[in-house]
Design a protein around this ligand. Sequence first.
Ligand SMILES: C[S@@+](CC[C@H](N)C(=O)[O-])C[C@H]1O[C@@H](n2cnc3c(N)ncnc32)[C@H](O)[C@@H]1O
Length: 404
Amino acid sequence: MSVSGLEEIIRIAAKGDGVTASGRHVPGTAPGDLVAADGTITRGPHHIDPPCRLFGQCGGCELQQVDDTGLADMVKGRVVHAARAQGMEPARVAPTHLSPPRSRRRASLRAVNGGGGRALIGFHAAGSHRVVDLRECHVLAPDLFTISGRLRNYLSKRKGKFSAEIDLTLIDQGVDCTIRNLPVEGLEQTEDLLDFCRDTALARLSLDQGFGAETFWEPEPVTVTLGGVAVPFPQGAFLQATQDGEDALTGAVRGWLGDCRAVADLFAGLGTFTFALPPHIPVLAAEAARDAVLACKAAASRHRRPVEAVHRDLFRNPLQPAELARFDGVVLDPPRAGARSQVEQLAASGVAKIAYVSCNPVSWSRDGALLAAAGYRLAEVRPVGQFRWSTHVELASLFLKDGE
Ligand SMILES: C[S@@+](CC[C@H](N)C(=O)[O-])C[C@H]1O[C@@H](n2cnc3c(N)ncnc32)[C@H](O)[C@@H]1O
């Protein structure tokens, strides 16, 4: 719409810019803003003051100027647009689930020496390698934010230059931390680091000096509880970004497949969907990361769940229609690239219900079009914004074989 030379921002593009009906991209805007020819922006109803003082410098968030309605519309719009681009019209679009502020339970940070011996820890600055010190954060779960501050204090005492990468994940026992590229040499440094682990009650600390991560501290074996089942948590294992995002995705899948006789969970990871299903349903959980398969298997056996966890590369060796014949439900949650070769086999199968969970609407819709061409209809999509204030979009979807 053009009001006396002003153009209205009608949507947020995949990279975060606002876009007008004429296709003009304007960074830093929200849907409903009006943009003049000289670039002056008049705020619309969805443009808010960013809650964080670091917004715009820190690389952790991209869209804090957009209110919740605008964010939810963006997440839904990306999913529906991707489906339509492949000729699919979802029969139902469930309300978008947005994770609340301060709920992110995993983050990758960088720590470097600042001036005056002070360490800086934070996300990369937007569009650069500079680290913006995380003095405030509205996305990280409070326990992760607290640990980031304690790490800053600890690292500030270290002498010598460093540039380390730090992965933090919130699990059952507290914070699981992996630090890469931080030399720990000699007795004094080792004891200092042990004191840090003890004082902060870290659940686990792993160090990776370029030769793979090794456990430095783990007072008790770490686990993550999935669907009420405590699963051993291997270093670097995949976990949905927020607990409530996981609940939204698993709730959708349980609602769709909860009455199945037998389910295959493909790209199963530790068993997020496997263990979310009703406990009496036999599940085949297939996954390529060997340590995740072992963790899933151990948890299933301890909890006497009818789960067969198998190590399998589903890109090279997808489940074939004959193997799929014993399942009336399949859930798949592949990496960003999608699951073309596995979906080709699913399309050729007779599986009645397919729940496809995705972190990439583009690869999902391409794969979905293969199912649609084989007689599956897109019965429902559930857009999910786990990465609040970012352009990262997730979804759960249900494909039904015609006649179901
Ligand atoms: C998005 S994660 C989902 C994991 C799990 N469904 C969850 O929700 O926690 C994708 C999973 O696919 C696995 N994966 C990646 N490539 C694979 C392949 N070629 N074959 C089987 N699994 C693969 C990864 O190890 C990861 O566990």
